[in-house]
Design a protein around this ligand. Sequence first.
Ligand code: DGY
Length: 327
Amino acid sequence: ESHEAVKRPRVLVTRQTPGESLQRLREVCEVEVWPETMPPSREELCRLVKGRHGLLTMLSDRIDGEMMEIAGDQLAVISNYAVGFNNIDVDAAKTRGIAVGNTPDVLTDATADLAVALLFAASRHVLPAGNQVREGEWKTWEPTGWLGVEPAGKTLGIVGMGRIGRATARRLVGGWGMNLLYTSRSDQAEVEKELGGRRVELDTLLAESDFVSVHVALTDETRNLIDAEAISKMKSTSVLVNTARGEIVDQDALVEALENRSIFGAGLDVTTPEPLSAEHPLVKSAHCVILPHIGSATHTSRNAMAEIAVDNLIAGLSGRPLRCSVT
Ligand code: DGY
């Protein structure tokens, strides 16, 4: 029993997903769903993957070569419930002939919306100002209280002009008349036709942008891309937003920049690690807004992600091309 289709393949789903999509899976497979809110530990995951033909995984499950080895030769497909797949060793999967799927497109709008929300939250002190009200500390209207920065007519720097970068740019260029700079592996003629904008080196983008929003995938090349040196190039009035992966930004450097007021603020939906301790200086900073990785957390997106993840799994189990393959 190796990669050929088996009658009732055994699959593991590492968390309860929303909607009815798992029902479709149950019709054709033996499905075990990890029932807890907290992810299985590495040890538990090792035990659970054994003998499975397919895995439906979350970004918090690290699936490396060792895990694939433990699962066994019959493992045919890993379907990640996310667009990002840095938690999976794709090369190791390729070597073993294991298909790997992700869930692009359906979370693009939700994530771009959240990038914009973070941009405004960090620009206008939305959380600390709101907390002042909740804590009964709202004394009066202050001419110089809570002064923020505004994006209209300013320059937006999109680091990584993929689907989510483009959707974020579309909102801010269209809605707030921002000028666009972006980094990308290649010129994006279509984007420039739609939104204007100019592809530049990262250093130029950081130096010239008033708002910088990170949308690259996490790879060895992008790990710590926004490091101390990069942050030092940013304007003192600028705002940094990250809805991609925490590891792309050097958090110690960010703490320092916020403390020194060498940038205005930051809005993060992703951190290292996740969750980030409430004691972390970034969480304590009045100039940083942190959300618990909720970019794709809308009913529409999460349901659609589940449908794709199930489609990927079913296709992979029968040796057909995945609906959304990362390989
Ligand atoms: C992803 O899809 O990569 C997000 O991080 C979670 O939806």
